[in-house]
Design a protein around this ligand. Structure first.
Ligand code: SF4
Length: 169
């Protein structure tokens, strides 16, 4: 797998944009990582059982085809967007993990090609991390609007936590 500075920049951009998203865990001060990935923000987090962990919170993609009015990632909003493919993202995360900079992962995504396709990419990412790369740490996966029941079940098998965003209008 080929790495370059552009991938680091994409991760920095996507992880900073994820600050909009709550992870359901008590927040502590987020910290930058290392000189190479200095703009990637890692979140020290207290787990439900009391242990501490360092979470990389990020989006797989901040591109979205929908225009939910309350959402900072809506299609009509003008801001810089970035996208990772599952394989390249999994490799990049494992670099951080092996460098002892991140213990776990919270990953969401904007919608591209519908909820089923987007969910598939999130599942592929978790599958690669769990299967191919043997990652046993914490994973929190977001469930996309329109995801199929089987995909939700698979997400629950792969991840420690899954969540959906509900908006009451
Ligand atoms: S589909 Fe999700 S990411 Fe896209 S605009 Fe709506 S809430 Fe935001």
């Amino acid at each position: 797998m080929f790495y370059n500075a552009e991938m680091d920049k994409r991760l920095s951009l996507l992880s900073s944009q994820m600050n909009f998203e709550a992870d359901g865990l008590p927040a502590t001060n987020a910290t930058p990582t290392c000189s190479r990935l200095k703009d990637v923000v890692i979140h020290p987090t207290v787990m439900p059982h009391g242990g501490k962990t360092r979470l990389l919170k990020t989006l797989l993609s901040s591109a979205c085809e929908r225009n939910c009015f309350y959402c900072p990632f809506r299609a009509g909003r003008d801001f810089r967007r970035a996208t990772f493919q599952p394989e390249e993202f999994a490799h990049l995360f494992m670099q951080l993990h092996k460098a002892k900079l991140a213990d776990g992962l919270f990953v969401s995504s904007g919608l591209a090609g519908g909820g089923i396709r987007t969910q598939e990419k999130l599942l592929d990412t978790a599958e690669i991390l769990r299967g191919k790369m043997g990652f046993r740490g914490y994973i929190h996966l977001k469930i996309m609007p329109g995801a199929e029941k089987g995909q939700v079940m698979r997400a629950m098998q792969l991840a420690d936590r899954v969540s959906v965003n509900l908006v009451i209008i």
